[in-house]
Design a protein around this ligand. Structure first.
Ligand code: C2E
Ligand code: SIN
Ligand code: SIN
Ligand code: SIN
Ligand code: FE
Ligand code: FE
Length: 656
């Protein structure tokens, strides 16, 4: 039965309507009010399905009764249809023009009006639903956009949290992601009550959050504190708020839980839960994508870090430079506060600080640990990495308590550096907050340790090669001097001819401007200049008289012999110019090749002057020594034809 309120000040009209309804039957119950005031108190007292009112009432206008929740039909008199239109605009459901027949037909009007009102209500519900869906879609789209532009997981998580809370119009929420190595849910965001209420790390099936995670289902609680799903362990939860936990999944797995809380008496509606489920889905995909992206980025960075270190090691024999690049890369790529390398001393007993990054004090640089002492010493002795997650408990076990008391390091990781089966030292990682090393992180650390070991090994190898090279060269040079002395003796040269021409050649070369680094080769070349005479038979070499043409052929082969003897010795190759070319002449009349001018190596042009000068000062089996005057004339006379004119003038000034 529908209650209908008729507001009619004209008793005759009211009577007509009453009779009409009476005849109509039980379907309607009619209440009549004669004034606006009376109508208002009736409306306040009961719920009417329909109000039919005169437009004009003694104490006001019927349109004042119009309200969104009850349909109102307004009656006007003839000639005032314009008012009826205004009434409709003001929200009246319908109007009718008063006449006796209209009044008597009122039950049909009421019936029609109620039917129409039903439609209005349904339409409104649909509109409301549409509005909500649009606003949900907007929320979803806003969140998607926000998450898409986030670069890092951290950034994304913050946006997810803030957007979701703004959307839900609440201040309380948190996000936990599952950390595979720790085997726990780790809080990555917390707002409002959630911060103090729920623990930062939660076991995978602990309390309402863990239950949502392990079941992969939403779990709602009207009030957290009284919810049976809440473990007694979570005693910090305040009363007066409840909410819902939503699992966050990727395509393959559940990766975390989103908690949204509201203060009582509010409860999260089903519609809100549905929306949150959608948001959690978006979040799952975004988190997954960001994690993948971060992992890829990390792998790429780490790969290029390894390449850079490789290049540093192969490109430089400077171990400190290689390790300096390595420790810097370690610090950045492993995202830790400090890194150091300790190397084992030559006795293999002491680990000593070699290089470090990120230390605030000088304590680390003073590190000296015996094998077996502290974590580093044990790592080196037992050839295994050691991880100390919390130095506040085991700080002194680094063997350097200052590293926890003054540098405030919390976590520590040490890896032995092993190359070709030998321990070279250790790589140490320090962090001022806890570390939860993931397999990737550990792999990279181990790769770095391998590189560091190679860098140290290379440096040692290089040092050894350098040392043995130096020793070899010293041995060679001693041999060369021995040869040249033997040659002098065989040639019956005056004692010290070779040594003398060598000394003077060096002085002349310096005076001519030959660079210092070339002098060592000139030195060796001069000492060996007539080494080729070893191939000249004694009867020719030691002949007391002039040589025959045939003998000259043999004698003139001595530079070629020198070339053949010395060329195979790598380190003497740069010294060949003098032994091979010291009998060439500027005009091309020399031997063995008859080369000319600048085509003759400068070292040979320098040397030949000194050689002839010294030869002529000495007695030979075939002639006596010449006078200095005669020698000078001889050489000066052959400047330009035999000798280099410029070098001759420098030489003349030198022997002055
Ligand atoms: P060496 O005795 O060491 O002489 C080196 C160069 O000094 C000679 O190259 C030549 O340019 C100059 N020189 C030495 N002694 C004389 C000299 O008495 N007169 C002149 N004008 N120049 C002299 P060279 O001529 O190509 O000779 C190469 C080597 O042949 C000499 O080395 C020496 O071992 C040998 N040799 C040269 N002439 C004779 C000779 O008459 N009898 C013998 N037994 N050996 C000779
Ligand atoms: C070094 O330590 O010898 C290299 C310089 C640096 O630390 O960058
Ligand atoms: C230790 O190595 O455990 C003691 C040494 C220290 O605390 O410095
Ligand atoms: C990192 O991998 O970059 C940080 C260390 C960790 O939490 O595993
Ligand atoms: Fe010679
Ligand atoms: Fe000579």
């Amino acid at each position: 039965m529908a209650d209908i309120l008729l507001v009619e000040d004209e008793p005759a009209h009211a009577e007509l309507v009453r009779r009409a309804f009476d005849r109509y039957g039980e379907q309607f119950r009619l209440v009549i009010a004669a004034t606006l005031q009376e109508a208002r108190s009736q409306v306040a007292a009961g719920r009417f399905s329909l109000i039919i009112t005169d437009w004009r009432l003694p104490d006001g206008e019927g349109t004042e009764l119009i309200d969104a929740h009850v349909p109102v039909v307004v009656m006007t008199s003839h000639g005032s249809e314009r008012l009826a239109v205004d009434a409709i605009k003001a929200g009246a459901l319908d109007y009718l023009v008063k006449s006796d027949s209209a009044l008597m037909d009122m039950p049909h009007v009421a019936e029609r009006a109620l039917r129409e009102w039903n439609h209005v209500i349904q339409r409104r519900a649909v509109e409301d639903e549409l509005r909500l869906r649009v606003s949900d879609l907007e929320a979803v789209s806003r969140l998607s956009t926000a998450l898409r532009t986030a670069d890092t997981l951290e950034d994304m998580v913050a946006r997810l949290m803030d957007e979701t809370l703004a959307l839900m119009n609440t201040a309380h929420g948190g996000l936990w992601l599952y950390h595979a190595v720790a085997g726990k849910l780790v809080r990555v965001a917390a707002r409002g009550n959630s911060e103090a209420g729920f623990a930062p790390t939660i076991e995978a099936n602990e309390c309402i959050i863990g239950k949502s995670f392990s079941s992969s289902m939403s779990v709602a609680a009207k009030e957290f504190i009284t919810d049976p799903n809440l473990d007694s362990r979570n005693t910090t939860i305040q009363p007066g708020w409840g909410g819902v936990c939503l699992p966050i999944h990727t395509a393959h797995e559940t990766i975390g839980v989103l908690l949204i809380g509201v203060e009582l008496p509010r409860e999260i509606t089903l519609r809100e839960q549905n929306l949150l489920t959608t948001l959690a889905e978006i979040a799952g995909n975004a988190v997954h994508r960001t994690q993948l992206h971060e992992q890829t980025q990390k792998s790429l960075h780490r790969l290029s870090a390894l390449r850079a270190i490789d290049q540093a090691i192969t490109g430089s024999m400077d171990m400190r430079l290689s390790l300096s690049i390595l420790t810097e890369q370690a610090r950045t790529q492993l995202n830790v506060d400090a890194v150091s390398v300790l190397t084992l001393d030559s006795n293999g007993q002491m680990l000593e600080y070699c290089i470090g990054r990120g230390f605030d004090t000088k304590f680390a640089a003073r590190t000296r640990l015996r094998l077996g002492e502290g974590y580093a010493g044990v790592a080196a002795l037992e050839r295994r990495p050691i991880f100390a997650p919390d130095l506040s408990v085991t700080g002194s076990a680094t063997g350097r308590h200052e590293l926890s008391t003054s540098e405030f390091f919390r976590a520590y990781y040490v890896v032995p550096l092993i190359a070709k089966g030998h321990v070279k030292g250790v790589l140490e990682i320090f962090h001022r907050s806890p570390l939860q090393p993931e397999p990737d992180w550990v792999n990279f650390l181990e790769a770095l340790a391998g590189q560091a070991a190679i860098a140290i090994e290379n440096a040692e190898l290089f040092e050894t090669i350098q040392r043995s090279n130096t020793e070899l060269i010293m041995a060679y040079d001693a041999t060369i001097e021995g040869w040249s002395r033997a040659l002098d003796l065989r040639d019956h040269e005056t004692e010290g001819h070779t040594q003398r021409v060598t000394d003077i050649t060096i002085r002349l070369a310096r005076a001519v401007g030959v660079p210092e680094e070339a002098l060592i080769h000139i030195h060796r070349g001069a000492l060996l200049h007539d080494i080729g005479k070893m191939g000249v038979p004694d009867n020719i070499l030691l002949k007391p008289g002039p040589l025959t043409d045939e003998e000259w052929v043999s004698m003139r082969k001595h530079p070629q012999y020198a070339y053949e003897m010395l060329y195979p010795i790598h380190y003497l190759r740069p010294a060949l110019d003098i032994p091979y070319c010291h009998h060439e002449r500027m005009d091309g009349s020399g031997y063995p090749r008859g080369i000319k001018g600048d085509g003759i190596p400068l070292a040979a042009r320098i040397f030949s002057i000194v050689d002839v000068w010294d030869a002529l000062r000495s007695d030979r089996p075939y002639r006596a020594a010449w006078s200095d005057e005669k020698i000078k004339e001889y050489i000066t006379g052959r400047a330009a034809t035999h000798f280099d004119r410029d070098v001759v003038s420098v030489f003349m000034a030198l022997i002055q």
